[in-house]
Ligand binder design. Structure first.
Ligand code: ATP
Length: 242
Protein backbone atom coordinates (compact mmCIF):
# COMPACT_ATOMS: atom_id res chain seq x y z
CA UNK A 1 0.00 0.00 0.00
CA UNK A 2 1.11 3.53 -0.76
CA UNK A 3 -0.26 6.42 1.28
CA UNK A 4 0.36 10.09 0.56
CA UNK A 5 -0.86 12.49 3.23
CA UNK A 6 -1.01 16.28 2.98
CA UNK A 7 2.04 16.48 0.70
CA UNK A 8 3.29 19.96 -0.19
CA UNK A 9 6.40 21.05 -2.04
CA UNK A 10 7.70 24.52 -2.84
CA UNK A 11 10.48 25.34 -5.30
CA UNK A 12 11.51 28.80 -4.09
CA UNK A 13 8.27 30.74 -4.26
CA UNK A 14 6.52 28.24 -6.57
CA UNK A 15 4.07 25.99 -4.73
CA UNK A 16 4.28 22.96 -7.04
CA UNK A 17 2.26 20.57 -4.85
CA UNK A 18 -0.31 21.85 -2.37
CA UNK A 19 -1.66 19.48 0.31
CA UNK A 20 -1.99 16.40 -1.90
CA UNK A 21 -3.32 13.17 -0.42
CA UNK A 22 -4.21 9.82 -1.96
CA UNK A 23 -3.88 6.06 -1.34
CA UNK A 24 -3.13 3.18 -3.69
CA UNK A 25 -4.24 -0.06 -1.97
CA UNK A 26 -2.32 -3.36 -2.12
CA UNK A 27 -2.37 -5.02 -5.52
CA UNK A 28 -3.88 -2.00 -7.27
CA UNK A 29 -2.66 0.14 -10.16
CA UNK A 30 -2.96 3.85 -9.48
CA UNK A 31 -2.54 6.44 -12.21
CA UNK A 32 -1.44 9.97 -11.45
CA UNK A 33 -2.83 11.82 -14.42
CA UNK A 34 -2.37 15.47 -15.20
CA UNK A 35 -1.28 17.95 -17.85
CA UNK A 36 2.30 19.24 -18.12
CA UNK A 37 3.36 21.08 -14.99
CA UNK A 38 0.53 19.63 -12.85
CA UNK A 39 3.02 18.48 -10.19
CA UNK A 40 3.11 14.74 -10.98
CA UNK A 41 6.89 14.37 -11.08
CA UNK A 42 7.20 16.38 -7.89
CA UNK A 43 4.87 13.93 -6.14
CA UNK A 44 6.75 10.93 -7.56
CA UNK A 45 10.17 12.37 -6.64
CA UNK A 46 8.93 13.10 -3.12
CA UNK A 47 7.80 9.48 -2.75
CA UNK A 48 11.16 8.32 -4.09
CA UNK A 49 12.95 10.42 -1.46
CA UNK A 50 14.66 12.68 -4.00
CA UNK A 51 13.09 15.91 -2.71
CA UNK A 52 12.52 17.56 0.63
CA UNK A 53 8.79 17.99 1.20
CA UNK A 54 6.17 18.64 3.83
CA UNK A 55 3.64 15.95 4.73
CA UNK A 56 3.73 12.20 5.23
CA UNK A 57 4.36 9.33 2.83
CA UNK A 58 3.94 5.70 3.88
CA UNK A 59 5.09 2.64 1.95
CA UNK A 60 3.59 -0.60 3.26
CA UNK A 61 2.63 1.36 6.37
CA UNK A 62 6.22 2.53 7.01
CA UNK A 63 7.46 6.14 6.74
CA UNK A 64 9.04 6.37 3.27
CA UNK A 65 12.25 7.81 4.76
CA UNK A 66 12.90 4.58 6.70
CA UNK A 67 15.30 1.99 5.26
CA UNK A 68 12.66 -0.74 5.66
CA UNK A 69 10.35 1.24 3.36
CA UNK A 70 13.09 1.94 0.82
CA UNK A 71 13.95 -1.78 0.68
CA UNK A 72 10.57 -2.77 -0.70
CA UNK A 73 9.93 -0.07 -3.28
CA UNK A 74 11.35 0.58 -6.71
CA UNK A 75 11.38 3.72 -8.82
CA UNK A 76 11.64 4.05 -12.59
CA UNK A 77 12.48 7.70 -13.33
CA UNK A 78 11.25 9.62 -16.36
CA UNK A 79 14.84 10.05 -17.58
CA UNK A 80 16.94 6.92 -16.96
CA UNK A 81 20.32 7.32 -15.23
CA UNK A 82 23.04 4.92 -16.33
CA UNK A 83 26.48 4.25 -14.92
CA UNK A 84 28.73 4.78 -17.94
CA UNK A 85 31.29 2.20 -16.86
CA UNK A 86 28.84 -0.59 -15.98
CA UNK A 87 27.37 -3.04 -18.46
CA UNK A 88 23.64 -3.82 -18.60
CA UNK A 89 24.22 -7.04 -16.64
CA UNK A 90 26.38 -5.20 -14.08
CA UNK A 91 23.61 -2.65 -13.49
CA UNK A 92 21.28 -5.46 -12.48
CA UNK A 93 23.99 -7.13 -10.40
CA UNK A 94 24.68 -3.83 -8.62
CA UNK A 95 21.02 -3.43 -7.70
CA UNK A 96 20.73 -7.10 -6.72
CA UNK A 97 23.63 -6.76 -4.24
CA UNK A 98 22.63 -3.31 -2.94
CA UNK A 99 19.14 -4.57 -2.06
CA UNK A 100 20.26 -8.13 -1.19
CA UNK A 101 17.49 -9.17 -3.59
CA UNK A 102 16.73 -12.88 -3.92
CA UNK A 103 16.45 -12.86 -7.72
CA UNK A 104 18.09 -15.91 -9.32
CA UNK A 105 20.36 -16.02 -12.39
CA UNK A 106 17.53 -17.68 -14.32
CA UNK A 107 15.06 -14.94 -13.32
CA UNK A 108 17.55 -12.27 -14.45
CA UNK A 109 17.91 -14.06 -17.78
CA UNK A 110 14.11 -14.20 -18.19
CA UNK A 111 13.82 -10.51 -17.32
CA UNK A 112 16.41 -9.52 -19.94
CA UNK A 113 14.76 -11.82 -22.47
CA UNK A 114 11.35 -10.26 -21.79
CA UNK A 115 12.66 -6.84 -22.75
CA UNK A 116 14.81 -8.15 -25.64
CA UNK A 117 18.00 -7.13 -23.83
CA UNK A 118 19.66 -10.55 -23.56
CA UNK A 119 22.05 -9.81 -26.43
CA UNK A 120 22.78 -6.34 -25.02
CA UNK A 121 23.88 -7.44 -21.56
CA UNK A 122 27.57 -6.73 -22.17
CA UNK A 123 26.96 -3.23 -23.54
CA UNK A 124 28.11 -0.32 -21.38
CA UNK A 125 25.67 2.24 -20.01
CA UNK A 126 26.91 4.92 -22.42
CA UNK A 127 26.54 2.61 -25.43
CA UNK A 128 22.76 2.30 -25.06
CA UNK A 129 19.94 4.10 -26.84
CA UNK A 130 17.41 6.02 -24.71
CA UNK A 131 14.84 3.25 -25.05
CA UNK A 132 17.40 0.61 -24.03
CA UNK A 133 18.33 2.71 -20.99
CA UNK A 134 14.66 2.83 -20.07
CA UNK A 135 14.45 -0.96 -20.35
CA UNK A 136 17.52 -1.40 -18.09
CA UNK A 137 15.96 0.96 -15.60
CA UNK A 138 12.75 -1.12 -15.62
CA UNK A 139 14.72 -4.40 -15.28
CA UNK A 140 16.66 -2.97 -12.30
CA UNK A 141 13.39 -1.93 -10.63
CA UNK A 142 11.86 -5.38 -11.17
CA UNK A 143 15.01 -7.16 -9.99
CA UNK A 144 14.35 -6.20 -6.36
CA UNK A 145 10.87 -7.79 -6.52
CA UNK A 146 9.25 -4.65 -5.12
CA UNK A 147 6.07 -4.45 -3.06
CA UNK A 148 5.49 -0.92 -4.34
CA UNK A 149 6.70 0.40 -7.69
CA UNK A 150 6.62 3.93 -9.05
CA UNK A 151 6.89 4.57 -12.76
CA UNK A 152 7.24 8.13 -14.04
CA UNK A 153 6.07 8.42 -17.69
CA UNK A 154 7.35 4.85 -18.30
CA UNK A 155 6.10 4.44 -21.88
CA UNK A 156 7.97 7.48 -23.23
CA UNK A 157 10.88 6.34 -25.40
CA UNK A 158 9.85 2.68 -25.56
CA UNK A 159 9.12 0.89 -28.83
CA UNK A 160 5.70 -0.81 -29.31
CA UNK A 161 7.02 -4.27 -28.32
CA UNK A 162 8.50 -2.91 -25.08
CA UNK A 163 5.29 -0.97 -24.30
CA UNK A 164 3.28 -4.19 -24.74
CA UNK A 165 5.73 -6.07 -22.52
CA UNK A 166 5.69 -3.37 -19.86
CA UNK A 167 1.89 -3.41 -19.74
CA UNK A 168 1.95 -7.19 -19.26
CA UNK A 169 4.57 -6.86 -16.53
CA UNK A 170 2.47 -4.22 -14.72
CA UNK A 171 -0.60 -6.51 -14.80
CA UNK A 172 1.55 -9.42 -13.58
CA UNK A 173 2.86 -7.28 -10.70
CA UNK A 174 -0.70 -6.44 -9.74
CA UNK A 175 -1.69 -10.11 -9.73
CA UNK A 176 1.23 -10.73 -7.34
CA UNK A 177 -0.15 -8.10 -4.94
CA UNK A 178 2.34 -5.36 -5.83
CA UNK A 179 1.13 -1.75 -5.57
CA UNK A 180 1.82 0.26 -8.72
CA UNK A 181 1.74 4.02 -9.24
CA UNK A 182 2.19 5.34 -12.78
CA UNK A 183 2.52 9.02 -13.51
CA UNK A 184 1.53 10.05 -17.02
CA UNK A 185 -0.20 12.64 -19.16
CA UNK A 186 -0.98 10.01 -21.81
CA UNK A 187 -4.30 8.46 -20.84
CA UNK A 188 -4.28 6.32 -23.98
CA UNK A 189 -1.25 4.35 -22.73
CA UNK A 190 -2.82 3.30 -19.42
CA UNK A 191 -6.43 2.74 -20.51
CA UNK A 192 -6.42 -1.01 -19.92
CA UNK A 193 -4.27 -0.88 -16.79
CA UNK A 194 -5.79 1.39 -14.21
CA UNK A 195 -7.78 0.60 -11.07
CA UNK A 196 -7.83 4.08 -9.59
CA UNK A 197 -6.95 7.38 -11.23
CA UNK A 198 -6.00 10.60 -9.48
CA UNK A 199 -6.47 13.63 -11.73
CA UNK A 200 -4.02 16.34 -10.79
CA UNK A 201 -3.61 19.92 -11.93
CA UNK A 202 -1.88 23.01 -10.58
CA UNK A 203 -0.56 21.14 -7.56
CA UNK A 204 -3.95 19.72 -6.45
CA UNK A 205 -5.83 16.44 -6.83
CA UNK A 206 -9.03 17.51 -8.62
CA UNK A 207 -10.71 14.11 -8.67
CA UNK A 208 -10.23 10.46 -7.68
CA UNK A 209 -11.90 7.86 -9.90
CA UNK A 210 -12.24 4.16 -9.13
CA UNK A 211 -12.71 2.01 -12.23
CA UNK A 212 -15.64 -0.03 -10.88
CA UNK A 213 -17.53 3.19 -10.06
CA UNK A 214 -17.22 4.64 -13.58
CA UNK A 215 -19.80 2.38 -15.17
CA UNK A 216 -20.69 4.42 -18.24
CA UNK A 217 -18.48 7.42 -17.81
CA UNK A 218 -15.43 7.95 -19.94
CA UNK A 219 -12.26 8.77 -17.99
CA UNK A 220 -10.94 10.90 -20.84
CA UNK A 221 -14.08 13.06 -20.83
CA UNK A 222 -13.87 13.40 -17.05
CA UNK A 223 -10.22 14.38 -17.31
CA UNK A 224 -10.97 17.20 -19.74
CA UNK A 225 -13.95 18.29 -17.66
CA UNK A 226 -12.15 18.50 -14.30
CA UNK A 227 -8.99 20.08 -15.71
CA UNK A 228 -11.07 22.64 -17.67
CA UNK A 229 -9.40 21.59 -20.91
CA UNK A 230 -12.66 20.82 -22.76
CA UNK A 231 -12.40 23.86 -25.00
CA UNK A 232 -8.80 23.04 -25.93
CA UNK A 233 -9.85 19.47 -26.76
CA UNK A 234 -12.72 20.68 -28.96
CA UNK A 235 -10.42 23.09 -30.81
CA UNK A 236 -7.90 20.30 -31.46
CA UNK A 237 -10.70 18.00 -32.69
CA UNK A 238 -12.17 20.70 -34.95
CA UNK A 239 -8.72 21.40 -36.42
CA UNK A 240 -8.19 17.68 -37.02
CA UNK A 241 -11.51 17.47 -38.90
CA UNK A 242 -10.63 20.35 -41.23
P1 ATP B 1 5.30 17.14 -16.88
O1 ATP B 1 4.14 16.30 -17.31
O2 ATP B 1 5.54 18.28 -17.82
O3 ATP B 1 6.55 16.38 -16.57
P2 ATP B 1 4.61 17.41 -14.05
O4 ATP B 1 3.17 17.23 -13.81
O5 ATP B 1 5.50 16.26 -13.75
O6 ATP B 1 4.85 17.94 -15.52
P3 ATP B 1 6.31 18.92 -12.25
O7 ATP B 1 7.57 18.63 -13.01
O8 ATP B 1 6.11 18.25 -10.96
O9 ATP B 1 5.04 18.69 -13.18
O10 ATP B 1 6.23 20.51 -12.04
C1 ATP B 1 5.24 21.13 -11.23
C2 ATP B 1 5.54 22.63 -11.12
O11 ATP B 1 6.77 22.82 -10.41
C3 ATP B 1 5.70 23.36 -12.46
O12 ATP B 1 5.15 24.64 -12.32
C4 ATP B 1 7.20 23.44 -12.65
O13 ATP B 1 7.55 24.57 -13.39
C5 ATP B 1 7.68 23.54 -11.21
N1 ATP B 1 9.02 22.93 -11.03
C6 ATP B 1 9.33 21.64 -11.22
N2 ATP B 1 10.63 21.40 -10.92
C7 ATP B 1 11.14 22.60 -10.53
C8 ATP B 1 12.42 23.03 -10.10
N3 ATP B 1 13.45 22.18 -9.97
N4 ATP B 1 12.58 24.33 -9.81
C9 ATP B 1 11.56 25.20 -9.89
N5 ATP B 1 10.31 24.86 -10.27
C10 ATP B 1 10.10 23.58 -10.59
Amino acid sequence: MLEIMNLSKKYGKTLAVDGVGFTVPDGRIGILLGPNGAGKSTVIKSIAGLLRYQGNIRIQGIDSRETEAKKCFAYVPEIPNMYEALTVREHIEFVRRAYAADITEEEIRQLLEKFEMEDKQDKLGNELSKGMMQKVSICCALAIKPKVILLDEPMVGLDPAAIKELKEVVLELRSQGCTVLISTHMLEMVKELWDVTFVMDKGHILGTYVKEDLANEDLEELFFKVTGQEEQKETVEQEAER
